[in-house]
Design a protein around this ligand. Structure first.
Ligand SMILES: Nc1ncnc2c1ncn2[C@@H]1O[C@H](COP(=O)(O)OP(=O)(O)OP(=O)(O)O)[C@@H](O)[C@H]1O
Ligand SMILES: [Mg+2]
Length: 292
């Protein structure tokens, strides 16, 4: 579904340049439900905005289904946003029109693409648990309810890919659980691919796979793999359950890998390390020559 390789995004303003993404790699299979986790400023929204066609990449490769988002024309981009992706923004003020009812909010994007389907709009609101509240104006709904309206809106164009930026950022644990359950149900029942961006590590247990963006600029490391995909690959379930608890690092094309800071600090490795290969494992330890 998604293929990103060496994705670069540079924001330019006057003489200032911010490198928000510096060669990011990401592959997402159709039907996966995964999370991207990283600290504030690590480039999560930047990446999601590019995938959602809201922003243009500077360099690298980024493909979603049949679309090449680096080469896509402006007209095609409109079509892409209308037909392929559903987007839930970090601040839900951007998703919603406060003076309309929940139902009218869901119908609005349908009207813009001239495919009004009231029955489907009502069904979406029912799915997100707002059947009783659909005729209320947005300002009469709680923050969590508004966030669920935003989810219904993002699905109004029947997208194949759902992109959610911090969908549980401003709601309590109970609402957060409910939102994650809604994503899971949509993922299972209509096979929609779901990518959730968050800085909340506790969501990791609720998705198939987690990819971390680190250090503001650079690329990705795996925290958790998709057990279903592993089971499909080798047919053994016990292996795949083990795999789900193992940590992975990504090694780039020239052989570089990123070692977590906590590991380096624990071993007091600063700029140099000793590396040995015993035929099965690669062992990285503090430099021996500097000891004693
Ligand atoms: N339009 C822009 N112009 C210039 N710099 C930008 C722009 N948007 C983002 N940035 C910068 O790019 C970097 C990544 O920002 P981004 O919004 O992707 O982070 P994030 O991971 O989503 O953070 P958060 O968790 O706080 O939402 C930051 O240093 C940010 O200041
Ligand atoms: Mg963000």
């Amino acid at each position: 579904m998604i293929q990103c390789e060496g994705l670069v995004k540079i924001y330019k303003s006057d003489d200032l340049e911010v490198v928000a993404l510096q060669g990011l790699n990401l592959n997402v299979r159709e039907g996966e439900m995964m999370a991207i986790i990283g600290n504030s400023g690590s480039g999560k929204s930047t990446m999601l905005n590019i995938l959602g066609g809201l922003d243009r990449p500077s360099a690298g490769q980024v493909k979603v289904g049949p679309w090449d988002l680096l080469k896509i024309t402006d007209e095609q981009l409109v079509e892409y946003k209308r037909d392929t992706v559903g987007f839930i923004w970090q601040s839900n003020a951007r998703n919603l029109l406060p003076y309309l009812t929940a139902l009218e909010n869901v119908e609005m994007p349908m009207m813009l693409s001239s495919k009004l389907d009231r029955a489907y709009a009502k069904q979406l609101l029912e799915w997100v648990g707002l059947k009783e509240r659909m005729h209320n104006k947005l300002h009469q709904l709680s923050g969590g309810e508004q966030q669920r309206v935003a989810i219904a809106i993002s699905l109004s164009n029947r997208p194949k890919l759902l992109l959610a930026d911090e969908p549980t950022g401003s709601v309590d644990t109970r609402t957060s659980d409910m939102i994650m359950d809604i994503f899971r149900r949509l993922n299972k029942e209509i096979g929609i691919t779901v990518v959730i961006v968050t800085h909340d590590l506790s969501l990791a247990g609720k998705v198939d796979r987690v990819v971390a963006i680190r250090d503001g600029l650079t690329s990705t490391e795996f925290i958790k793999r998709n057990p279903n995909l592993d089971a499909a690959a080798d047919g053994t379930l016990s292996n795949s359950i083990q795999a789900a608890h193992e940590e992975y690092v990504v090694i780039d094309r020239v052989g570089r890998l990123q070692i977590p800071k906590t590991y380096l600090t624990a071993l007091q490795i600063t700029d140099k390390a000793s590396m040995e290969f015993d035929g099965e494992r690669i062992i990285i330890s503090p430099p021996k020559s500097l000891e004693g």
